[in-house]
Ligand binder design. Structure first.
Ligand SMILES: [Zn+2]
Length: 253
């Protein structure tokens, strides 16, 4: 029997307006500031809906927690309003997937009442006990902060490695950027699409084979790149690249 096929919509959850480029492209672009979007992806098909990443919290709260980072998170780009504009209630979703638990990907879980949220166990473990330099990006208790996902622990489905989420949708453990980073492999009428999360933050990372300076292990990062390179993919959708908005829905051919 052939696999179910899906469409994928990129969703804009605000932007980082002056982000240090060398954080995204390790050893490149020092001092260069770039504007980069925060992105989620809506997967629809087979009479189901899935959301990959839930974006940051509201502008004022994020600014208070991360005052040194230049952000623009307008109300209309909060996940609740983005979904509402598409006529989707949070509870309409069959599942939410968090690619990883950096704060710009995993706020707002509490609006998805009763919806299972899939995340890697190794990511949860690290989010609770990160290296000191990663405390802030996880909003870790070690920094006196409360990680946003702790409000929805009862909904979280901790998985350990690759996981078949549904017919034609697979979660792939791709560590490097974080210990439990995962990509989402989606079957479409044009072949396999890979929603890469921050394993590939921008197309330039993939084209130049550059890791993000935000990482925990470069050997793991490289192994994840090698794994992705061996896959027969129709398209990669990265975590922070404006180019994905060139098409409102994928596949676009
Ligand atoms: Zn990240």
């Amino acid at each position: 029997m052939s696999k179910a096929t899906y469409t994928i919509k990129p969703l804009l959850f605000g932007s980082f307006t002056a982000y240090e480029k060398s954080v995204i492209h390790f050893f490149r672009g020092y001092g260069e500031k770039i504007c980069t979007p925060s992105i989620g992806y809506l997967i629809e098909g087979n009479n189901k809906k899935f959301l990959v990443d839930t974006g940051p919290g509201t502008h004022d709260v994020m600014h208070a927690l991360h005052p040194l980072i230049a952000i623009d998170f307008p109300e209309e780009q909060n996940v609740a309003n983005v979904l509402a504009k598409l006529g989707i209630k949070p509870t309409d979703l069959d599942a939410v997937i968090w690619t990883h638990l950096h704060w710009d990907h995993c706020w707002n879980g509490e609006i998805f009442t009763g919806v299972p949220i899939y995340v890697q166990q190794s990511e949860v473990d690290y989010a609770l006990h990160p290296l000191p330099m990663h405390g802030n990006v996880y909003e870790s208790p070690a920094c006196g902060m409360t990680p946003p996902w702790t409000k929805v622990v009862s909904q979280m489905k901790m998985i350990d490695g690759d996981f078949s989420l549904d017919d034609g949708i697979d979660l792939l453990l791709t560590p490097g950027h974080t210990p439990g980073g995962q990509c989402v492999l989606v079957n479409t009428t044009e072949g396999d699409y890979l929603i890469a999360g921050d394993t590939i933050m921008q197309y330039e990372n993939w084209e130049n084979h550059t890791y993000s300076a935000a990482h925990v292990n470069l050997y793991d990062f490289e192994a994840s790149y090698q794994r992705i390179a061996k896959m027969d993919l129709a398209c990669i959708l990265p975590g922070h690249d404006w180019a994905v908005f060139d098409h409102p829905v994928y596949p676009y051919k």
